[in-house]
Design a protein around this ligand. Sequence first.
Ligand SMILES: *Cc1c(COP(=O)(O)O)cnc(C)c1O
Length: 371
Amino acid sequence: MKPRILYTKPSITEREVVYATDAAQNGWGERCYEYINRFEQQFATHLGVAHAIATSSCTGALHMGMAALGIGPGDEVIMADTNWIASAAPIVHLGAKPVFVDIRPDSWCIDPAAAEAAITPRTKAILAVHIYGNLCDMDALLDLGRRHGIPVIEDAAEAIGSQHRGRRAGSMGVFGSFSFHGTKTLTTGEGGMFVTQDPALYERVLTLSNHGRARGQTKQFWPDVVGYKYKMSNLQAAIGCAQVERIDALIARKREIFQAYRQELRGLPGVHLNPEPPGTVNGAWMPTVVFDAETGVTREALQQAFAAENVDARVFFHPLSSLPMFDDCPQNRLAWSIPGRAINLPSYHDMTAPEIERVAAVVRQLATRAS
Ligand SMILES: *Cc1c(COP(=O)(O)O)cnc(C)c1O
């Protein structure tokens, strides 16, 4: 058996180790928020936003942000059927309903026309998730939001490094959320970030994030509302500080691996990699190949071929509406069809050129056999 090629793995250098060690030794008492404050500031600066709140997960950031927007029982939030459950779960937790619409063939992200058609008087938000680093059509979505008076939320967990005409993913909506789970471009083990340009929304989420204790409240142990507990620890934030100081290099390496795959798979008939339309940058969190239906190449064939090569490739997200807790929406044709002929390719920071070549060879072999 050839050596295993992992799917993702964080890049941890001496810097992360030094900061984490310092936090463990000294980051207590008076200094218990130092790395957290620094991480929030550095991340906000990277993104070009005014406010950031470090959280224990992206799911928590979404949950608090949606709660602060007043999303609750009876409300609807429109999102793409192609997604990870984490983006939909907070909507359900708030008693609202995720409304799943189809994706665009070019971006695998929410189709703005389908989103517009799904708007009802109960629609409280549109959730734009930049899947695998591919950007949603933010111009169309923001325009839609303005015309209907509906806020557009960005889940940018997969889109660190992605840019739309110079604006970073996560900085364009009413608020943005990020994940620092171990599989993401920037990691703190587990963790996330809430970001916004809106000072009032920031204050509301800040209060919610601290068990409902408002910043100006002088009484001790005095929550003003029932809040949440989704805080990041100073230890995790120490690793986050090291990672955010290296963020350009982390993104550059993701993009390098993506370019290498593009090069290796260039010209293969019926094979598509993540798009990067003019005026955008793809942060390339997850290089993914989608085969045209005509090739006859299936997810199962891809999984089998990668398993035989000892490569840890993962399946494309199942449509959320196909999961047991939601009603099927097979009318979301692309969301239901693409996963059956697609696969995520490994792309961890320290991946070597021969490893990239080994992965690409599997795709090439299937593509040429099919044509
Ligand atoms: C990873 C991911 C999440 C979940 O992040 P957690 O930090 O695990 O809560 C949410 N949304 C998207 C798009 C993700 O990729």
